[in-house]
Each structure stands twice: as C-alpha cells, then as structure tokens.
Design a binder for this molecule. Structure first.
Ligand code: ATP
Ligand code: MG
Length: 317
C-alpha cells in the first residue's frame, strides 16, 4: 500500500490570547491507496484537502493518527520519501524563480542524483508531451501560469517517483493547457504505473483522470468509492431525451411517479424528461411510447457535477 492513513487528524490553533481556539482541519481520516491507483480528493473550500496533502508529503506533522507513505513516516523519513514522491502545488512553485526552466530541472536532477542518461530520457519525454521545448531557456518568473504548471509537473517527475501528489494542478490553466496536462497525467498513471493523488475543483479533471473519488467535508471522509460505482449508486435525477416523429408539446407525463419535469426543444420534436429512481428508464420509455410516435430515445446519466453536488449537500455544506 502506497498511502496508508488511519485516523489521521490535524488541529490548528487560531486566534490570539483569550480568543485562542483549536480548529480541527482533518478529523480522523482513513485513507488507503494502492500502487497504481488514481484518486481524486475532493471537497468544498476549507474541507481539509490541502492539510491532508501536506501531511502525506511530510510538510505538516499530524496531531494524531497513523500515516505511512511508501512505507515510511513522512516526517521522520522526509528525505528518503522525497526520492519516491513527486509533489505539485498549484499555488506554490517548486522551481527557482530566476533560473531558466532547464537549470531548475538540472538542479533537481543533482538533488535527486538522477543519472544523466535517465534524466535526459525523461526530460525529452516531458518536453515533448508537455510542449516545453521553447520554454526551457526562459526564466521561470517570465513563464505564464500555464507554462509554469507544465514545468512544475515535469519537475515533479524527473526522478521517476512512484507516487505523484498534486494539489490543484489545473488551477488557472486555459482549456488547452488543462487538457494537455490531464492527458499527460493520465498517461503517466496508466502507462508508467505512477500512483496519482490529486485535489481539484474542476470535475473534468476527475472525470478524465480518476478511477476513484474520495470526498471530504469538514475534515471527514464522506465518500470513498470508484467513480463508476458512485454513479450506479446515485439516486440523482437522470434525463430521458426523446426524439419524436411529429411535434408534440405535451406528453402528459407530469403525473407519472418519478417524473420530475419535462422540457421541449426543437419546436416540440425533442422532449427532455427528468426522472428519478422512482421509475426505471425502461418503464418511462414505455410510458412515452404509449403517448407519442417516438423516433429515438437516449438516457443521460447524472453528470459528475450532479453527483458531487448531491454528496456535498448530503453532508450539510
Ligand atoms: N496554517 C493554518 N493555520 C490555521 N488554520 C489552518 C491552517 N491551514 C489550514 N487551516 C484551516 O484548516 C481548514 C482546512 O484547510 P485546507 O487548506 O486543508 O482546506 P482545503 O480543503 O484545501 O480547501 P480549498 O479547497 O479552499 O483549498 C480550514 O478551516 C483552514 O482555515
Ligand atoms: Mg486547498
């Protein structure tokens, strides 16, 4: 097991003097991640994601609980762990601000004692896939956010760590940069077997990258499941899209149990019917076919946005 957290807890003391109080940022979290997994770590602002990530990477000391990362205690084994861990913080740079990107990479190579041949090989691949060729000679401070983030990800992978931890890696990136980064991370996970743990507020990242989703809220795990299983378990509304042979503005479905609403499009040739678990898709299709001349139907599953929104709502945020 590559990450093993049991009852992991972190308190902060905030406020001054008489107003001092303890805030529990992470509250007895259990988290087990196997080598090769790709896990999305989600939750609303202030849920405790970054605090957890900082404990996993050895930056913060837990207040209580047990934590092993790559078989080590992240705090006492921090130097050793640094060789097995790649870390990207979207909000903070691991690069040398005044140096060209290439020099930052070479410093990291030296720090991690990566042999030149292996280093060149990995750098070539990162350069190609992340589109860094024109950026290598540019001082980091002159890079745009999206350019720098691609550099950060390359920097985190130059020593071929088996575990890559990213805290909001796509924050502030434009669509093209985002997609490029996601594609690269997906490849790193599926082809190289690198374990990926990432936090994000962009659910397309999760959709593209993560097999498994852990949702935390107010420091506690509220869901930990495969994305597919989450979808299947969800009782969130689905949508039936019906293409009709002749325009019809009223299918008369309003009273049918499980039907939440109907919207018409294309001048009545298309109807969108929202429904919940009280009726099956098959039963609803049968109802529709009794009422109208149907050319085609499609069932849309709830989007991951809907799923996660429902999970946040359930935990009271
Ligand atoms: N250094 C600190 N001192 C005091 N409180 C802190 C500190 N760091 C975090 N906290 C508190 O701990 C809680 C969790 O914060 P954390 O940064 O882990 O949230 P997050 O899930 O990463 O949120 P976001 O999505 O906004 O990044 C918050 O209430 C925050 O105010
Ligand atoms: Mg955070």
């Amino acid at each position: 097991m590559i990450v093993q957290a049991e009852q992991l807890t972190r308190d902060f003391v905030v406020g001054r003097r008489s107003a001092r109080r303890r805030v529990r940022a992470v509250d007895r979290i259990d988290l087990h991640i196997e080598a090769g997994e790709s896990v999305g770590f989600l939750g609303p602002n202030g849920a405790g994601k970054s605090t957890t990530i900082k404990m996993i990477t050895g930056i913060l000391v837990p207040s209580a609980g047990r934590l092993r990362v790559c078989g080590m205690d992240p705090v006492s084994g921090r130097r050793e762990l640094a060789r097995r861990l790649g870390v990207v913080f979207g909000q903070r740079s691991a690069l040398w601000w005044d140096l060209p990107l290439r020099d930052s990479f070479e410093l990291l190579r030296a720090i991690h004692r990566v042999p030149w041949a292996a280093y060149r090989c990995r750098l070539d691949r990162c350069t190609e896939v992340l589109g860094l060729a024109e950026l290598l000679a540019v001082p980091v401070r002159q890079l745009s956010l999206g350019q720098r983030m691609r550099g950060e990800v390359a920097a985190a992978l130059l020593h071929a760590p088996p575990l890559l931890v990213l805290d909001e890696p796509t924050i502030g990136l434009d669509l093209v940069s985002r997609e490029r980064l996601r594609g690269f991370l997906h490849e790193v996970n599926t082809s190289d077997g690198v374990t990926v743990l990432l936090t994000t507020h962009d659910l397309s990242d999760v959709e593209r990258l993560c097999r498994r989703v852990v949702v935390i809220d107010r420091g506690q795990v509220v869901t930990d499941d495969e994305l597919g299983a989450l979808r299947r378990r969800s009782s969130g509304p689905r949508e039936l899209v019906v293409e009709l042979a002749t325009p019809s503005s009223e299918l008369g479905l309003a009273g049918v149990p499980g039907v939440l609403g109907c919207a018409e499009e294309a001048g009545g040739l298309r109807q969108r019917v929202r429904f919940d678990a009280a009726i099956s898709a098959a039963a609803l299709v049968a109802e529709v076919m009794r009422r109208a001349d149907v050319r085609d139907v499609a069932v849309l599953e709830p989007s991951i946005e809907d799923l996660i929104r429902a999970l946040y709502a359930r935990s009271g945020s």
